[in-house]
Design a protein around this ligand. Sequence first.
Ligand code: C2E
Ligand code: CA
Ligand code: CA
Length: 780
Amino acid sequence: MRFLTCLTEEHDLALVGLAAWFCLVGSMITIRLLDRIRHAGPGSRIAWVFLGGAATGATIWCTHFIAMIAYQPGVEVAYEPRLTGLSLLVAIFGSAAALHLATRRWRGSAALGGALFGLAVSAMHYLGMQAFVAHGMVRWSQGYVAASVLFAVALGALAFDRAQGRGRFAGQWWATGLMVASIVLLHFTGMAAMVVTPFAPGIGQVGSSTATIVMAIAVAGVGTLVVGTGLATYILDAQARSDTRRRLRELLESNVDGMAIVQGGAITATNAAFAALVGDGAPIVGQPLSRWIADIATAARPDRLTQLTLTALDGSEIPVEVTMRIDPRSSCPQTIYSIRDLRARIAQERRIAHLARNDSLTGLPNRTSFLEWLSRQTGPDSPHRAVALLSIDLDRFKEINDIHGHAAGDRVLTRIGERMKAALLPGEFIARLGGDEFVAVMPVAEPDDALQLIDRLRDAIGAPVTLDASGIEVACGMSVGVALWPRDATELSALINNADLAMYRAKASIAVDACFYEEEMDKTVRIRRQMVQELRTAIDRGELAVHWQVQEAVGTRAITGYEALLRWTRADGSSVSPAHFIPLAEQSGLILPIGEWVLRTACAAAASWAEPYRIAVNLSPVQLGHVDLPRLVQQVLLDTGLSPARLELEITETAMITDPVRTIHILRQLKAIGVSVAMDDFGTGYSSLSTLRSFPFDKIKLDRSFMAELNGAPQSAAIIRAVLTLGESLHIPVLAEGVETPEQLAFLREQGCDEAQGYLLGRPGPLPVRVEDAPERLAG
Ligand code: C2E
Ligand code: CA
Ligand code: CA
């Protein structure tokens, strides 16, 4: 009751209202500053504590002072200035100390700080009351004094505690209310504790009441300035902090890597990439990062890349690379984690590693893997006593590729690759080296053990493959060569080489598709290789020569021309048949320079002859495919001065088979130059009528094998007759090769054959002569 009557009867309520408003605004700001101090970095903390102390001190002091001015005890009152000033200092520094204490990080520091605040308010109040000079006698009620201090301390403690507590009765508004209550209750309970008994008028002198109103407004004004400064600072700071936060947010979100900011053990912010990584929908903020990355605390180091595992919400484990940075500026340091998803990179690395070790078409191991495997199997630590190396080549694959296209070829390889892989037993290995070349490796006890794998491979390769688009079925054969380690070779390259040699033998054989390596093969190959080596320099060393064989009209025995035949005499004096070295020259590409040399030499020689005989020069299919032949021929004719009409080029059917369209195109160009074209070795190859029809050949050269068989095989005569009839109907003259006996020549004459060539008429020789010719008929 005393409290209420004191408030209503002894106070100017308008001023009390001003005091209450001031108290409310000040408290609100204090509570906000309290929060700000808690989050201030070590550098700015003292400034914030001072600012908070000033604002809080000003709040309680102004509230007190305005309320005091509102107090009208019915006597004149005045204030002693020094004590009044001192009470302001007590309010400011007491508040500062309270705020400092309340924002420490130990348990209960907030309540303790709040209690200190209550004490500061009390100290300020009663010190201020000491400055109160009333024109009367002042008595104090001890009970009220004690109660007022108790209120202030308890409510202050509660206010500061609730300011940072969580839950229903917590938060800034509760804290503000409690702080206001603390100040107001202290003040009015304290006022109720005081009873003023007026002296008789005239005793003592106090100020006028207008002066006290002015003073109240002045105090409120100054207080508002102080508190307003605190508020303005707080707002500017909050603005700056929210800008920083927004910028940080943008920075976080713009990062493609997962980002998480951790403060005090819990995540305070993350970005979308992090949420996607752990699986959307999981609550993240407030959780420890170790919930997803178990080893994060122990393994991650500042400014270093660490590879860890992140367990996503669905339990899947994601390899990640983590970098961390500790930001020490704030009082509670925050750690910024950057978390990179490594799945794509690891998958790519794996793919690259796979590509490096496997063939991209069939997925089988490639040459690199094969060499590694083989060297392990045949190395010093090999667990096997013997290992078989199988060199595998597909038959008819090139045809499939040519006829059905590359896609079909790829399909065949893929399918056969799959089947071969499926046919393997444990310990067996297969790889694709490129094209239609494969190899297999297997440990063997006996050489014949390899046959089992060969049987399985034969089934895998030989089974038909259906081509996707057309539904056409194609099938390959195989040629396999086997070399055994260590029997056939201990060294890797030699072993591979030997398996290849055996494979070539198998390819050449019609009877078998698999051959084991024998030493003999090595010798043949060595000799061939040596020969190619020597052939390379044969032109420069003058070991090549052109010989001439005469061609005659069967009826008149007149010379119709000479065929140029190449001769090679090696450095050691031995001569090699062109039937031997021409295929070698074709395989090695040497046929191109050699063929050009023959053409040039033959034309030059013929141009110098006294008689303008026609000459026939053999062309390899390789020359037709690889040189700009028409231009070369024209150039040679120009250089040597030989008339095009005197040159005849002999080609075999093989050239017509591989690329008929192109070949015919080239032959037309040749004919346009004015040279003639003969079909050589007719009757041995494919000899299809269409070959003859597709191009207007100037001559058909009937192969010499028909002459040789003329006496033995009666059908030879029939064939010769048929060819002669064919030539007649197509208006193409026929020349019979290999005429060795007068009987053969008589037969040809009987049958109406146009021309003949053979040992009977003349053997090939360095000069264009015929057998019965006298030396005076020599040319040149
Ligand atoms: P070819 O074009 O069929 O040449 C005829 C071959 O038959 C020559 O063998 C010749 O000596 C031989 N010959 C001639 N008359 C008779 C005979 O009455 N009885 C027998 N048994 N053989 C006879 P040569 O000179 O050994 O040539 C073999 C093959 O080498 C030639 O067959 C030709 O295909 C090729 N050749 C020769 N010189 C060249 C050349 O300069 N360029 C190309 N590309 N190939 C050539
Ligand atoms: Ca010929
Ligand atoms: Ca011939």
